[in-house]
Design a protein around this ligand. Sequence first.
Ligand SMILES: [Zn+2]
Length: 315
Amino acid sequence: MSNNKPMPVPTEISAPFWEGLKAQRLLIQQCNACEHWVFYPRRHCPQCLAHDLSWREVSGGATLYSFTVARIATLPDFADEMPQKLAVIELDEGVRINTTLVGLEEDQIRIGMRLKPVFAEVDAKGTRLLRFTGPDQDSSALQRYNGTPQAQMPEQGEAASVRLVAMDDDVALQSLVSETFSPWSNQIVIDQALIDAFAALSGDDYWIHTDPQRARKDSPFGGTIAHGALVQVLQSRLKLALGYEITGFSTMVNYGSDRLRFPAPVPAGSRVHARARVKQVARVKRGTQLTLEVNTHVVGSDRPSVINDLVILYM
Ligand SMILES: [Zn+2]
Protein backbone atom coordinates (compact mmCIF):
# COMPACT_ATOMS: atom_id res chain seq x y z
CA MET A 1 0.00 0.00 0.00
CA SER A 2 1.37 3.39 -0.91
CA ASN A 3 1.60 6.21 1.58
CA ASN A 4 1.69 9.90 0.72
CA LYS A 5 1.84 11.08 4.29
CA PRO A 6 4.78 13.26 5.26
CA MET A 7 7.29 11.01 7.01
CA PRO A 8 9.81 11.91 9.70
CA VAL A 9 13.30 12.64 8.40
CA PRO A 10 15.86 11.36 10.92
CA THR A 11 18.68 13.77 11.75
CA GLU A 12 22.09 12.84 13.10
CA ILE A 13 20.77 13.45 16.63
CA SER A 14 17.38 11.77 16.29
CA ALA A 15 18.37 8.76 14.14
CA PRO A 16 18.72 6.30 17.08
CA PHE A 17 15.11 6.99 18.09
CA TRP A 18 13.79 6.14 14.58
CA GLU A 19 16.09 3.13 14.21
CA GLY A 20 14.82 1.91 17.58
CA LEU A 21 11.21 2.12 16.40
CA LYS A 22 12.08 0.08 13.31
CA ALA A 23 13.32 -2.65 15.66
CA GLN A 24 10.17 -2.21 17.79
CA ARG A 25 12.18 -0.79 20.67
CA LEU A 26 11.63 2.55 22.37
CA LEU A 27 14.94 4.36 22.93
CA ILE A 28 15.13 7.72 24.66
CA GLN A 29 18.06 9.71 25.95
CA GLN A 30 19.22 9.94 29.58
CA CYS A 31 21.76 12.35 31.00
CA ASN A 32 24.81 10.58 32.43
CA ALA A 33 25.57 13.51 34.74
CA CYS A 34 22.19 14.04 36.46
CA GLU A 35 20.10 11.01 35.27
CA HIS A 36 17.43 13.28 33.81
CA TRP A 37 15.45 11.63 30.97
CA VAL A 38 15.31 13.65 27.77
CA PHE A 39 12.76 13.79 24.96
CA TYR A 40 12.80 15.02 22.11
CA PRO A 41 16.33 14.01 21.11
CA ARG A 42 18.94 16.68 21.88
CA ARG A 43 22.67 17.30 22.07
CA HIS A 44 22.67 18.38 25.69
CA CYS A 45 20.70 17.81 28.92
CA PRO A 46 18.03 20.51 29.36
CA GLN A 47 18.31 20.06 33.15
CA CYS A 48 22.08 20.43 33.81
CA LEU A 49 23.32 21.34 30.30
CA ALA A 50 25.85 18.46 30.28
CA HIS A 51 26.74 17.25 26.80
CA ASP A 52 26.74 13.68 28.02
CA LEU A 53 23.60 11.82 26.97
CA SER A 54 23.14 8.09 26.35
CA TRP A 55 20.38 6.25 24.50
CA ARG A 56 18.56 3.76 26.78
CA GLU A 57 15.69 1.41 26.06
CA VAL A 58 12.53 1.99 28.10
CA SER A 59 9.36 -0.11 28.41
CA GLY A 60 7.05 2.48 26.87
CA GLY A 61 4.68 2.25 29.84
CA ALA A 62 2.91 5.59 30.00
CA THR A 63 -0.12 7.52 31.17
CA LEU A 64 -2.34 9.81 29.13
CA TYR A 65 -1.51 13.45 29.91
CA SER A 66 -3.91 15.14 27.47
CA PHE A 67 -5.73 14.47 24.21
CA THR A 68 -8.04 15.90 21.57
CA VAL A 69 -10.08 14.33 18.80
CA ALA A 70 -9.41 15.82 15.36
CA ARG A 71 -12.33 15.36 12.98
CA ILE A 72 -10.98 17.40 10.06
CA ALA A 73 -7.69 16.22 8.59
CA THR A 74 -4.74 18.61 9.05
CA LEU A 75 -3.56 17.44 5.61
CA PRO A 76 -5.76 15.65 3.08
CA ASP A 77 -3.37 12.70 3.28
CA PHE A 78 -4.66 11.99 6.78
CA ALA A 79 -8.33 11.84 5.76
CA ASP A 80 -8.29 8.04 6.12
CA GLU A 81 -7.36 8.31 9.82
CA MET A 82 -10.23 10.55 10.87
CA PRO A 83 -11.30 10.95 13.59
CA GLN A 84 -7.72 11.09 14.82
CA LYS A 85 -7.00 10.94 18.56
CA LEU A 86 -4.09 13.31 19.07
CA ALA A 87 -2.47 12.89 22.46
CA VAL A 88 0.30 13.97 24.77
CA ILE A 89 1.45 10.99 26.82
CA GLU A 90 3.83 10.90 29.77
CA LEU A 91 6.30 8.02 29.85
CA ASP A 92 6.97 6.46 33.25
CA GLU A 93 10.41 8.14 33.00
CA GLY A 94 8.63 11.51 33.15
CA VAL A 95 9.07 12.81 29.61
CA ARG A 96 6.09 13.75 27.44
CA ILE A 97 5.60 12.73 23.82
CA ASN A 98 3.14 13.97 21.19
CA THR A 99 1.50 10.96 19.56
CA THR A 100 -1.76 9.46 18.35
CA LEU A 101 -3.90 6.94 20.18
CA VAL A 102 -5.03 3.90 18.16
CA GLY A 103 -7.44 1.04 18.76
CA LEU A 104 -9.47 3.05 21.27
CA GLU A 105 -12.96 4.44 20.87
CA GLU A 106 -13.51 7.98 22.12
CA ASP A 107 -15.48 6.81 25.15
CA GLN A 108 -12.61 4.51 26.19
CA ILE A 109 -10.15 7.41 26.48
CA ARG A 110 -9.57 8.99 29.90
CA ILE A 111 -6.88 11.39 31.01
CA GLY A 112 -4.56 9.53 33.37
CA MET A 113 -5.28 6.10 31.87
CA ARG A 114 -2.45 3.61 31.41
CA LEU A 115 -1.07 3.23 27.90
CA LYS A 116 1.34 0.96 26.11
CA PRO A 117 3.33 1.62 22.92
CA VAL A 118 2.35 0.54 19.41
CA PHE A 119 5.20 0.42 16.92
CA ALA A 120 2.95 1.20 13.98
CA GLU A 121 4.23 0.21 10.55
CA VAL A 122 3.39 3.00 8.09
CA ASP A 123 5.02 1.96 4.82
CA ALA A 124 6.54 -0.97 3.00
CA LYS A 125 10.10 0.15 3.89
CA GLY A 126 9.58 -0.76 7.54
CA THR A 127 9.23 2.80 8.81
CA ARG A 128 7.44 2.77 12.14
CA LEU A 129 5.83 5.55 14.15
CA LEU A 130 5.30 5.53 17.88
CA ARG A 131 1.64 5.37 18.80
CA PHE A 132 -0.09 4.33 21.97
CA THR A 133 -3.08 2.24 22.94
CA GLY A 134 -4.86 0.97 26.05
CA PRO A 135 -3.31 -1.79 28.20
CA ASP A 136 -5.93 -4.35 27.11
CA GLN A 137 -5.72 -3.74 23.36
CA ASP A 138 -3.95 -6.09 20.94
CA SER A 139 -0.92 -3.96 20.06
CA SER A 140 0.48 -6.45 17.54
CA ALA A 141 -2.71 -6.19 15.44
CA LEU A 142 -2.50 -2.40 15.67
CA GLN A 143 1.11 -2.42 14.42
CA ARG A 144 0.13 -3.42 10.91
CA TYR A 145 -0.17 -0.71 8.28
CA ASN A 146 -1.84 2.45 9.56
CA GLY A 147 -2.75 0.93 12.88
CA THR A 148 -6.20 0.51 11.37
CA PRO A 149 -7.61 -2.79 12.51
CA GLN A 150 -9.53 -4.68 9.81
CA ALA A 151 -12.60 -4.54 12.02
CA GLN A 152 -12.87 -0.81 11.32
CA MET A 153 -12.89 -1.47 7.57
CA PRO A 154 -15.80 -3.76 6.80
CA GLU A 155 -15.37 -5.49 3.44
CA GLN A 156 -19.06 -6.23 3.07
CA GLY A 157 -21.99 -3.88 3.20
CA GLU A 158 -24.44 -4.47 5.99
CA ALA A 159 -26.47 -7.57 5.39
CA ALA A 160 -30.08 -6.55 4.97
CA SER A 161 -33.19 -8.43 4.05
CA VAL A 162 -33.97 -8.03 0.37
CA ARG A 163 -37.45 -7.33 -0.95
CA LEU A 164 -38.30 -8.87 -4.32
CA VAL A 165 -40.20 -6.55 -6.66
CA ALA A 166 -41.54 -7.66 -10.05
CA MET A 167 -40.60 -5.30 -12.89
CA ASP A 168 -44.26 -4.94 -13.95
CA ASP A 169 -45.74 -4.38 -10.48
CA ASP A 170 -46.35 -0.61 -10.65
CA VAL A 171 -47.53 -0.18 -7.06
CA ALA A 172 -44.56 -2.03 -5.61
CA LEU A 173 -42.15 -0.20 -7.93
CA GLN A 174 -43.44 3.23 -6.88
CA SER A 175 -43.10 2.24 -3.23
CA LEU A 176 -39.33 1.94 -3.75
CA VAL A 177 -39.06 5.69 -4.40
CA SER A 178 -37.72 7.33 -1.26
CA GLU A 179 -35.99 10.43 0.09
CA THR A 180 -34.12 8.19 2.51
CA PHE A 181 -30.76 6.73 1.58
CA SER A 182 -29.77 3.10 2.09
CA PRO A 183 -27.24 2.16 4.81
CA TRP A 184 -23.58 2.70 3.86
CA SER A 185 -21.83 0.18 1.63
CA ASN A 186 -18.48 -1.47 2.34
CA GLN A 187 -15.46 0.85 2.29
CA ILE A 188 -12.53 0.88 -0.09
CA VAL A 189 -9.23 2.79 0.01
CA ILE A 190 -8.31 4.97 -2.94
CA ASP A 191 -4.54 5.15 -2.66
CA GLN A 192 -1.90 6.67 -4.91
CA ALA A 193 -1.20 3.33 -6.61
CA LEU A 194 -4.83 3.08 -7.72
CA ILE A 195 -4.85 6.71 -8.90
CA ASP A 196 -1.63 6.11 -10.86
CA ALA A 197 -3.14 3.00 -12.47
CA PHE A 198 -6.21 5.00 -13.52
CA ALA A 199 -4.00 7.80 -14.87
CA ALA A 200 -2.20 5.24 -17.04
CA LEU A 201 -5.46 3.68 -18.21
CA SER A 202 -7.30 6.92 -18.98
CA GLY A 203 -4.33 9.00 -20.14
CA ASP A 204 -5.25 11.72 -17.63
CA ASP A 205 -1.94 12.06 -15.79
CA TYR A 206 -2.38 15.69 -14.73
CA TRP A 207 -0.04 16.49 -11.80
CA ILE A 208 -2.90 17.16 -9.39
CA HIS A 209 -3.54 13.39 -9.51
CA THR A 210 -0.08 11.95 -10.04
CA ASP A 211 2.61 14.20 -8.52
CA PRO A 212 2.39 14.13 -4.69
CA GLN A 213 5.40 16.48 -4.23
CA ARG A 214 4.08 19.17 -6.53
CA ALA A 215 0.51 18.71 -5.29
CA ARG A 216 1.62 19.21 -1.70
CA LYS A 217 3.12 22.56 -2.75
CA ASP A 218 0.75 23.83 -5.45
CA SER A 219 -2.60 22.08 -5.09
CA PRO A 220 -5.43 23.85 -3.24
CA PHE A 221 -6.11 20.45 -1.62
CA GLY A 222 -2.62 20.08 -0.08
CA GLY A 223 -1.92 16.82 -1.91
CA THR A 224 -3.00 14.62 -4.81
CA ILE A 225 -6.66 13.82 -5.38
CA ALA A 226 -8.39 10.99 -7.21
CA HIS A 227 -9.94 11.56 -10.65
CA GLY A 228 -13.70 12.11 -10.32
CA ALA A 229 -14.22 9.48 -13.01
CA LEU A 230 -12.14 6.98 -11.01
CA VAL A 231 -14.29 7.45 -7.92
CA GLN A 232 -17.35 7.12 -10.13
CA VAL A 233 -16.35 3.79 -11.69
CA LEU A 234 -15.32 2.38 -8.31
CA GLN A 235 -19.04 2.28 -7.56
CA SER A 236 -18.87 -1.25 -8.95
CA ARG A 237 -16.70 -2.26 -5.98
CA LEU A 238 -19.08 -0.79 -3.43
CA LYS A 239 -21.83 -3.18 -2.45
CA LEU A 240 -24.93 -1.09 -1.98
CA ALA A 241 -27.42 -2.32 0.58
CA LEU A 242 -30.50 -1.38 -1.44
CA GLY A 243 -32.98 -3.64 0.29
CA TYR A 244 -34.75 -4.66 -2.93
CA GLU A 245 -34.20 -6.72 -6.02
CA ILE A 246 -36.11 -6.28 -9.28
CA THR A 247 -37.30 -9.58 -10.75
CA GLY A 248 -38.91 -10.74 -13.97
CA PHE A 249 -36.64 -9.04 -16.50
CA SER A 250 -34.48 -10.66 -19.15
CA THR A 251 -31.85 -7.89 -19.54
CA MET A 252 -30.64 -5.06 -17.36
CA VAL A 253 -28.93 -2.15 -19.13
CA ASN A 254 -26.93 0.74 -17.72
CA TYR A 255 -28.62 3.56 -19.62
CA GLY A 256 -26.28 6.30 -18.44
CA SER A 257 -26.70 9.09 -15.99
CA ASP A 258 -29.21 11.92 -15.55
CA ARG A 259 -26.81 13.86 -13.40
CA LEU A 260 -23.14 13.39 -12.56
CA ARG A 261 -21.36 15.77 -10.20
CA PHE A 262 -18.06 15.75 -8.30
CA PRO A 263 -18.78 18.21 -5.44
CA ALA A 264 -15.86 17.30 -3.13
CA PRO A 265 -12.31 16.03 -3.74
CA VAL A 266 -11.10 12.58 -2.72
CA PRO A 267 -7.54 12.98 -1.39
CA ALA A 268 -5.17 10.09 -2.11
CA GLY A 269 -5.32 7.60 0.75
CA SER A 270 -8.99 8.24 1.49
CA ARG A 271 -11.50 5.58 2.33
CA VAL A 272 -14.79 5.96 0.50
CA HIS A 273 -18.19 4.37 0.80
CA ALA A 274 -21.53 4.93 -0.89
CA ARG A 275 -25.24 4.92 -0.29
CA ALA A 276 -28.17 5.15 -2.63
CA ARG A 277 -31.86 5.80 -2.97
CA VAL A 278 -34.41 5.18 -5.68
CA LYS A 279 -35.27 8.59 -7.09
CA GLN A 280 -37.74 7.66 -9.76
CA VAL A 281 -39.32 4.64 -11.42
CA ALA A 282 -41.11 4.89 -14.74
CA ARG A 283 -42.66 2.36 -17.07
CA VAL A 284 -41.30 3.13 -20.53
CA LYS A 285 -41.92 1.50 -23.90
CA ARG A 286 -39.01 -0.86 -23.60
CA GLY A 287 -39.55 -1.87 -20.00
CA THR A 288 -38.99 -0.32 -16.58
CA GLN A 289 -36.60 2.56 -16.05
CA LEU A 290 -35.25 3.10 -12.55
CA THR A 291 -33.21 6.13 -11.52
CA LEU A 292 -30.88 5.38 -8.64
CA GLU A 293 -29.12 8.29 -6.93
CA VAL A 294 -25.77 6.92 -5.79
CA ASN A 295 -23.68 9.19 -3.56
CA THR A 296 -20.07 8.33 -2.81
CA HIS A 297 -18.45 10.04 0.19
CA VAL A 298 -15.04 10.09 1.82
CA VAL A 299 -15.65 8.23 5.08
CA GLY A 300 -16.58 10.76 7.76
CA SER A 301 -17.47 13.53 5.29
CA ASP A 302 -21.04 14.83 5.02
CA ARG A 303 -20.45 16.17 1.53
CA PRO A 304 -20.60 13.66 -1.31
CA SER A 305 -17.60 13.34 -3.61
CA VAL A 306 -19.68 11.86 -6.40
CA ILE A 307 -23.40 12.29 -7.04
CA ASN A 308 -24.58 9.98 -9.78
CA ASP A 309 -28.21 9.64 -10.86
CA LEU A 310 -27.80 6.31 -12.53
CA VAL A 311 -30.49 5.23 -15.00
CA ILE A 312 -31.05 1.50 -15.20
CA LEU A 313 -33.33 -0.05 -17.77
CA TYR A 314 -34.94 -3.42 -17.05
CA MET A 315 -36.22 -5.12 -20.21
ZN1 LIG B 1 21.73 16.38 33.14
